[in-house]
Design a protein around this ligand. Structure first.
Ligand code: FAD
Length: 231
């Protein structure tokens, strides 16, 4: 049984922040350890924004990138469960109709309309999914990495709409139509890399650091590389 937050002010990132209740619409298991949480959108946000989510008044909200488009009626949150985590195990058990608590959306991982390369691994694809579902993918290339095909989230959407500008990479599974290796292996194999356009990286720290170093080595200026690290 969840302990209900009886007030809407909570300690978050060192500040007292307002949280507001929303009702879970869906919380679907989409891969062996991945869920897609949905709730009604009753706020505006920019693709690339994160929100804080909690279930209890004594648990600091955890940050999640919004994965849905800015004009969709539902907000989607793509998350994996940390078995020893305090939020994600009970969150994965939340049923439609239950209440969860959100902070306002915020963040500065925002992509301009110009040509750019998006690089993500795992749930780090969420902000790019939001940009994609918001119609910002026309002049973008998405390099998406995952261990297995099942966690190349939104594969069909990206494949159908982005065609050759979608580069799926599977590091632990030999999969047809996917590059066999990590995103860094994929980049290393490219004869030339565009150095005059921005690169947006999102995922765990190790991937972001390795990819950033590789891009810099290949001539991409430091100030052309924007990153969002999930920790
Ligand atoms: C900007 C940003 C965006 C993010 N977006 C997403 C997203 O879209 N999807 C997503 O799945 N995740 C995202 N994350 C990660 C997310 O915020 C949480 O960290 C994650 O979901 C784990 O939450 P939890 O409460 O279950 O685990 P936590 O309770 O926070 O624990 C996380 C891990 O740390 C370990 N741990 C906890 N306390 C300690 C300790 N004191 N010492 C050692 N180890 C400890 C736990 O055992 C567990 O394995 C994002 C993070 C950031 C910063």
């Amino acid at each position: 049984m969840h302990q209900v937050v009886s007030y809407y002010s909570i300690h978050f990132l060192g500040f007292m922040r307002e949280v507001f209740p929303v009702t879970v619409l869906g919380n679907k298991k989409i891969a062996s350890n991945s869920w897609l949480l949905s709730f009604k959108r009753n706020f505006e946000f920019t693709a690339g924004h994160v929100i804080g989510i909690t279930l209890y008044n004594n648990l600091e909200p955890r940050l999640y990138s919004i994965a849905s488009g800015t004009q969709q009626n539902e907000v989607w949150i793509l998350y994996t469960v940390k078995p020893d985590g305090l939020l994600t195990p009970p969150l994965s058990a939340a049923k439609p109709g239950e209440t969860i608590y959100l902070t306002k959306p915020f963040g500065n991982f925002i992509c301009k309309d110009d040509e750019a390369i998006w690089i993500a691994t795992g749930t780090g694809v969420a902000p790019f999914a939001s940009m994609f579902f918001s119609g910002q993918h026309k002049n973008k290339t998405l390099i998406q990495g995952s261990r297995n095909f099942e966690t190349l989230y939104f594969y069909n959407h990206f494949k159908n709409e982005m065609g050759n500008n979608y580069k799926p990479c599977c590091s632990k599974q030999d999969q047809k139509d996917c590059f066999n290796g990590r995103v860094t292996d994929y980049l290393e194999k490219q004869e030339s890399i565009k150095t005059g356009i921005p690169y947006y990286l999102c995922g765990i720290a190790e991937m972001v650091v390795d990819t950033r170093d590789l891009l810099i080595e290949r001539g991409v200026p430091f100030n052309k590389i924007m990153a969002e690290i999930f920790f």
